[in-house]
Design a protein around this ligand. Sequence first.
Ligand SMILES: CC(C)(COP(=O)(O)OP(=O)(O)OC[C@H]1O[C@@H](n2cnc3c(N)ncnc32)[C@H](O)[C@@H]1O)[C@@H](O)C(=O)NCCC(=O)NCCS
Ligand SMILES: Nc1ncnc2c1ncn2[C@@H]1O[C@H](COP(=O)(O)OP(=O)(O)OP(=O)(O)O)[C@@H](O)[C@H]1O
Length: 195
Amino acid sequence: MRIIGLTGGMGMGKSTAAAAFRRAGIPVFDADATVHQLQARGGRAIPAIEAAFPGTIRGGVVDRAALRQAVLGNPGALTRLEHILHPMVEAEERAFVARARRAGKPAVVLDIPLLFETKGDRRVDTVVVVSAPLAIQIHRIGLRRRMSKADVAAVIARQMPDREKRKRADVVIQTGLSRAHTLRALRRFIGTLRP
Ligand SMILES: CC(C)(COP(=O)(O)OP(=O)(O)OC[C@H]1O[C@@H](n2cnc3c(N)ncnc32)[C@H](O)[C@@H]1O)[C@@H](O)C(=O)NCCC(=O)NCCS
Ligand SMILES: Nc1ncnc2c1ncn2[C@@H]1O[C@H](COP(=O)(O)OP(=O)(O)OP(=O)(O)O)[C@@H](O)[C@H]1O
């Protein structure tokens, strides 16, 4: 089974690319969504987050805005949060890969924003990086997310620079042009996966 890592900075187009893989019948593991599940009602991460960041759990679920406030711009706190979450995300990822293997899937995609930062690139066969110029990245984040400019800058600063990701990629998908252009490039890559 071919394991493809999909990564790229915030707003670079990971979710758009992941949707194209899903449409082609390739199962996608979504690390951001896994974090959300771990923090939602009954989520496994809630007790540890409550202990480390008192006041960020409201009504039994993580108040993400409050947690963001507690960790962004505070690298030590963000590292503590990552140490709680990343082992749980990796356990979910391993279970996902094992299920796909048992089901005889020819390929899977791991959509992981921090793929390189967490050394996840060692666990995949091919790394696909989605990339667009910084100005377009910031514009797209602004369209979609209710995050302050300072929060956006803090997240981008935390992530490996785009040029470094491109250097380490096996395949770079440009998302700075039209959506049609991006989808064509993805279809070309997906075509190379057929046995
Ligand atoms: C800080 C939190 C509470 C903010 O939640 P919120 O709903 O506001 O944002 P969301 O999760 O959608 O993330 C926004 C963007 O920031 C990126 N991001 C999230 N956490 C991190 C991080 N630790 N380092 C770099 N980028 C990150 C995401 O990939 C996404 O592009 C949340 O992102 C979180 O719990 N992060 C820690 C877990 C983590 O490292 N996630 C990254 C993927 S494994
Ligand atoms: N090739 C493209 N052309 C035009 N717009 C695009 C393209 N790719 C993505 N977008 C737009 O850019 C925004 C960000 O894309 P997407 O949600 O796929 O990024 P992401 O990397 O998953 O972001 P995040 O890490 O913040 O979740 C979306 O509003 C999407 O519609």
